[in-house]
Design a protein around this ligand. Structure first.
Ligand code: NAP
Ligand code: ZN
Ligand code: ZN
Length: 351
């Protein structure tokens, strides 16, 4: 076993603090990764604070992992020591159900094994994520990071990137479509970049007037402040798609009213509490309200290659692991441009 420094939440009410976990030496078909960077997703906060229920503690969050292969187990041919690799939101699935066979392991009927806050299929042992210096993962769940991508700015692609790319592709967003992105955080800024790269006309809908300039620089054509009620009158019935990345409570009906006939609102954000939807909001213009969960391994690799080809990467603020609790508070306040990424060198230095 490999004794490994990490940061963990001891329970739902404690800040993250230094902690030690054991990683296993790579077995046949497994890859040991030296973690260099890990993005900070709002899902880390929801789960570390048990906002969705059922959290397993102590919890080492982190599912936007980028690093280099340190060692490979027997029979691993896809990867060699030194390769730049990534790990996203899950590290295992049944590999035999229809969803797994279709490459959509996130919808595995037996349940995917989450990178953290999950349980290993064979042993039931809790899984631990990327706020640590190394991780051992089955090669089928490891992604290649294309050389053109800077490693720190690639980390958020493993969750924020694929979570926004997958529904844009699945629902067929194309050049000229009017797409609104609600919430300009980690997911939101990737949605702006990716939808723009697909040729869509993107409008950012944000509670933070201060993000106007930056939204336009990210590739949006327009910006509207959602704290101003006039916005909802001006933009009524306008959009073909709305990508909702909001982490906190908000009124779905207000945003649905901005969809045109047959328009689709894609829920990505997972607020703690359920929220009511008025049937008339969907019925009167045959609108669709849908959701989407991350993306499969094949599509994640496709997204990474797309980003390398189109020069897309996350805009990040690199932090030391010791700053993680402050980063959580800033994310909750909407104060992140646009993803915190932990430099894991800072954890190695602490250990
Ligand atoms: P984030 O970086 O914190 O961004 C969320 C943004 O939403 C904020 O920056 C803010 O943007 C806006 N916002 C927050 N609270 C709001 C409220 N009460 N009303 C209106 N706007 C609000 O979070 P993230 O990492 O992008 O994650 C966003 C959500 O997606 C989280 O719930 C996360 O768990 C979920 N998620 C889902 C999936 C999936 O597979 N579906 C994958 C990853 C994450 P403005 O300042 O622009 O208003
Ligand atoms: Zn995430
Ligand atoms: Zn399966």
């Amino acid at each position: 076993m490999l004794t490994t420094p990490a940061y963990a939440a001891a329970d739902a009410n404690s800040p993250l603090a230094p902690h030690t976990i054991e990683r296993r030496d790579p077995r046949a078909g497994e890859v040991l990764i030296d973690i260099l960077y890990c993005g900070v997703c709002h899902s880390d906060i929801h789960q570390a604070r048990d906002e969705w229920g059922g959290s397993i503690f102590p919890m080492v969050p982190g599912h936007e992992i980028v690093g280099r292969v340190a060692q490979v187990g027997e029979g691993v041919e896809r990867f060699k020591p030194g390769n730049a690799v990534g790990v996203g939101c899950f590290v295992d699935s049944c590999r035999s159900c229809a969803q797994c066979e279709a490459g959509e392991e996130q919808y595995c009927t037996k349940g995917m094994v989450a990178t953290y806050n999950g349980r290993e299929r064979d042993t039931g042992a809790p899984t631990h994520g990327g706020y640590s210096t190394r991780i051992t993962v089955k090669q089928e769940y490891v992604l290649r990071i294309p050389e053109a991508l800077p490693l720190d700015r690639a980390a958020p692609l493993l969750c924020a990137g694929i979570t926004t790319y997958s529904p844009l592709k699945h629902y067929g967003v194309k050049a000229g479509d009017r797409v609104a992105v609600v919430g300009l955080g980690g997911l939101g800024h990737m949605a702006v970049k990716l939808a723009s790269a697909l040729g869509a006309e993107v409008t950012v809908l944000s509670t933070s007037e201060s993000k106007r300039e930056a939204a336009l620089q990210l590739g949006a054509r327009d910006f509207a402040a959602t704290r101003d009620p006039a916005t909802f009158k001006q933009l009524a019935n306008r959009f073909d798609f709305i990508v909702d990345t909001v982490s906190g409570e908000h009124d779905y009906n207000a945003y649905l009213s901005l969809l045109t006939v047959d328009g689709t609102m894609i829920l990505l954000g997972i607020p703690e509490a359920p929220a009511p939807v008025a049937a008339g909001m969907l019925i009167m213009r045959r609108r669709k309200l849908v959701g989407s969960l991350i993306g499969g391994i094949r599509e994640t690799q496709e997204m990474l290659d797309f980003c390398a080809e189109h020069g897309v990467a996350s805009d990040i603020e690199l932090i030391d692991i010791a700053d993680i609790n402050e980063a959580y508070e800033r994310m909750i306040a909407g104060d992140v441009r646009y993803r915190f990424v932990i430099d894991m060198g800072s954890l190695k230095a602490e250990a």
